[in-house]
Ligand binder design. Structure first.
Ligand code: HEM
Length: 205
């Protein structure tokens, strides 16, 4: 199978996971308990060893093949959509590697339940919010931008106006979801206390 076809196949698996994952984080707008209920339901599927192994293999394949495809096609890249696809893909590759390593490290080394508090802790120990707010915001925007670019190339030859509209909608939805999730982790909608074992990983109390 060609590298691009492999990249697309693993993108399909990751997209299903990522959209459910984003929906899970949007559930936190209704409060941390709701987020926890949704997460424990989803975990029954993605924490199955076979599913988790597939997911981790896809993360590795997606990030490495994505970086390779971007570097290989660097000089032939023309136009704003092509550059948006490259930039969002590179950020996602960086984010996926750091994010998944942090989750696995948090579980294996700190023995933490990597739930909502694990993701939100950085927002509640200064000055880490200045790292985590753009880090998560850009991840969600990049996900929707990257998927929007793929949709754009699918539609471009048959429906050029539809292609532009689809990309704009994906960017708008991505920015809105990113803002809501980031604000929610900062405690803007439903205030919560982050347990000290999570804050301690950032030197907090
Ligand atoms: C604001 C955005 C995000 C937050 C707050 C967040 C938070 C989390 C948390 C708390 C976990 C641990 C889940 C568990 O223990 O059950 C996790 C796992 C994971 N996340 Fe995210 N995530 C975000 C965005 C993303 C995006 C955009 C992607 C993919 C493009 C992604 C991919 C993953 C993967 C692959 C795992 C590992 C699942 C596993 O093997 O257990 N995340 N994330």
């Amino acid at each position: 199978m060609q590298l691009r076809a492999l990249h697309r196949a693993s993108a399909l698996v990751l997209t299903v996971y990522a959209l459910l994952h984003i929906a899970n984080h949007l559930a936190s707008l209704g409060g941390v308990p709701l987020h926890m209920v949704v997460m424990s339901t989803l975990r029954r599927v993605y924490r199955q060893p076979v599913v988790e192994a597939l997911l981790l293999a896809c993360v590795t394949l997606q990030a490495t093949s994505g970086v390779w495809l971007t570097v290989r096609g660097w000089s032939e890249r023309v136009g704003r959509v092509a550059w948006l696809q490259a930039a969002s893909g590179l950020y996602l590759a960086f984010f996926l590697v750091v994010h998944v390593s942090a989750v696995l490290f948090g579980r294996a080394v700190f023995g933490l339940d990597t739930n909502f508090y694990f993701a939100a802790a950085g927002f509640h120990v200064a000055p880490f919010q200045w790292f985590f707010a753009p880090y998560y915001f850009l991840a969600v925007v990049s996900l929707f931008a990257h998927l929007g670019c793929a949709l754009y190339w699918q539609l471009e030859s048959s429906k050029p106006l539809g292609a532009r509209a689809a990309l704009s909608v994906m960017l708008g939805v991505g920015a809105l979801f990113a803002l809501l999730i980031t604000l929610s982790m900062a405690g803007a909608f439903a205030p919560f206390d982050v347990p000290s074992e999570y804050k301690k990983t950032f030197g907090g109390t």
